[in-house]
Write a protein that binds this ligand. Sequence first.
Ligand SMILES: Nc1ncnc2c1ncn2[C@@H]1O[C@H](COP(=O)(O)OP(=O)(O)O)[C@@H](O)[C@H]1O
Ligand SMILES: [Mg+2]
Length: 212
Amino acid sequence: MRNGYFITFEGGEGSGKSTQIALVRESLEQAGIPVCVTREPGGTELAEEIRGVLLEPRAEIVDVNTELLLIFAARAQHLAQCIRPALARGEWVLCDRFTDATYAYQHGGRGLDVSTIATLEQLVQAGFSPDMTLLFDAPIDITLQRMRNRGALDRFEREGRAFMEGVRATYLSRAQSEADRFRVIDATGSIEAVNAAVKEHLKRLVDRWRVS
Ligand SMILES: Nc1ncnc2c1ncn2[C@@H]1O[C@H](COP(=O)(O)OP(=O)(O)O)[C@@H](O)[C@H]1O
Ligand SMILES: [Mg+2]
């Protein structure tokens, strides 16, 4: 059986990832395509436990390497127990964040060396990467306002503006250097306008899927 496609949704908090994943799931399912929606960190029972540990605000300072190892521990589990099996079953996996987020947050936000992240990426993924990555891009002021409207902030969301600017810049530079995989979407438009852009990008994959 043909493998499904692995599509990741990236962007800062409040950029509209969850909103668009729900809409994409709906339209793919209506088109008769089997879909698996998942997220990082998380996606399996164990990986969701690690997510809880990562996101919970705490008094103790979390060492950057501790954070990075937890993220990749969750990712290894997620890949082995959820993502790869779903793709092998022919499902399209829609994943809310993946390794680009690790570069954006741990390098762009926290200043960790790219090479450290790349080492763990190689260990855990051995060259595996998404078929398509949708990057929802918007100025920080806009996403901050959406987050405030949404309610309580987690440990990452409480980071300052410089952190968020670093996250955005790293996402955009990765999109530029891997232009074949990335689709950068202007996330400042209405939910409907953003969804129209998303659908346009997915159309090619759907067409390819149909004829394969
Ligand atoms: N295009 C949009 N325009 C205005 N508000 C939006 C848009 N997309 C999402 N929102 C709202 O902004 C908030 C954050 O969206 P969400 O999809 O949860 O973002 P993310 O998952 O990227 O953090 C939610 O309250 C959502 O309803
Ligand atoms: Mg979300």
